[in-house]
Design a protein around this ligand. Structure first.
Ligand code: NAP
Length: 346
């Protein structure tokens, strides 16, 4: 059988704020079969992940593009790989069969031909909503778990600050921090998001950073005894302000720098003397370096979900054509929780 496989491409490199008009929906014919002995698997995509880091791949040039394969530059017109969950349509690989539900590296398209060597794993489609395998039980969850436990090394009673706290990663970091007995304050970009943090996700406090003209004094207000752990998703001025308020031996997990992705002129300008004398650890990390934690992450997070101790916050758009607005929306702060696009149901 042959189908028209719709996919999303960028029309040109994107070096500032992305907009919907930077993208185009295209279509190419795809035969739903695999050549004998090819080991390929054809997957019908159900949920696709929409992630800020993809913007660094769409730029003319970014230092991140040469670090590893999954960060490589996306050329205009090229298929855009992305994490997702889907259903096997046809398989040349004996590990998978038709109708298996799988998660792995798919693409912003309706069907993906997964080549041998590409990450693809079967999941149980019954216990949790399928979308959870891209959000709380997927890469966002592992990022929050590894960054918080392995990089921040929390101790009960410590004071934790999380930026972009209502987002995919931040909303989970705050929940892990509360489960670890920490005092947690988050910042986010709207009243709705701040209310979510305080009323639904158990944060001790939260504030709208857009209403704070002086971030350093805002953090001094929220942390009169100083910050022990800062989980940084934004970089630039917020990182400066957090470091200025850190306690001795504070830890900063440098997870993302979204405010710098769209504006290369925005850079943190840390007071390095402060960093040295307060013996602060600042550590960049990537979730993919912490796959050794994967089994523990899945089992503990699944258990928290089963017992209602954690909740997934998801923001789901419908249809492949909504991918450009879903992606551009990340940089306008449109999303609340993990941004996903659902293409079809099981
Ligand atoms: P997300 O927080 O769900 O969505 C992006 C959010 O960023 C927006 O909703 C918006 O929230 C905020 N934002 C957008 N532009 C901003 C700006 N100029 N200044 C400040 N905030 C801005 O995204 P996510 O997937 O959880 O990713 C969060 C961060 O973690 C990103 O920097 C991402 O690149 C990084 N990340 C790192 C890893 C890793 O392995 N190290 C893995 C996944 C993600 P507000 O309305 O609150 O501003």
């Amino acid at each position: 059988m042959e189908v028209e496989n719709k996919h999303i491409i960028i029309k040109h490199a994107i070096d500032g704020l992305p907009t919907e008009s930077d993208f185009e929906l295209r279509s190419t014919p795809l035969v739903l079969s695999v050549a004998q002995g090819s080991k390929e698997v054809v997957v019908k995509n159900l949920f696709l992940s929409i992630d800020p880091y993809q913007l660094n791949r769409m730029k003319t040039c970014s230092s991140s593009q040469k670090t590893f394969a999954a960060a490589a530059r996306i050329q205009p017109g090229q298929r855009i790989d992305a994490f997702g969950v889907g259903k096997v349509v046809v398989s040349g690989n004996e590990e998978f069969e038709r109708d298996d539900v799988v998660v792995g590296l798919l693409a912003w398209e309706e069907y993906t031909v997964v080549r041998p060597g590409t990450t693809l794993t079967k999941v149980d489609p019954h216990e949790f909503p399928l979308s959870y395998h891209v959000s709380i039980l997927g890469p966002s969850g592992l990022t929050a778990y590894a960054g918080f436990y392995d990089i921040c090394k929390p101790k009960k009673g410590e004071k934790v600050f999380v930026s972009t706290a209502s987002g995919s990663v931040g909303s989970l970091v705050g929940q892990y921090a509360k489960l670890s007995g920490c005092y947690v304050v988050g910042c986010a970009g709207s009243k709705t998001k701040v209310d979510l943090l305080k009323e639904k996700l158990g944060f001790d406090d939260a504030f709208n950073y857009k209403e704070e003209p002086d971030l350093k004094s805002a953090l001094r207000r929220y942390f009169p005894e100083g910050i022990d752990i800062y989980f940084d998703n934004v970089g630039s001025a917020m990182l400066d302000a957090a470091v200025a308020n850190m306690n001795l031996f504070g830890r900063v997990a440098l997870c993302g720098a979204i405010s710098e992705y769209t504006d290369a002129g925005k850079r943190a300008a840390l007071d390095m003397v402060d960093v040295i004398y307060k013996r602060i650890t600042l550590r960049g990390f990537l979730a993919l370096d912490h796959l050794n934690l994967y089994a523990g992450f899945i089992s503990s997070t699944s258990d928290h979900l089963r017992h209602g101790r954690m909740r997934a916050v998801e923001d789901i758009s419908t249809g492949l054509e909504s991918v450009p607005s879903a992606f551009a929306g990340l940089f306008r702060g449109d999303n609340v929780g993990k941004k996903l696009v659902q293409l079809t149901s099981l």
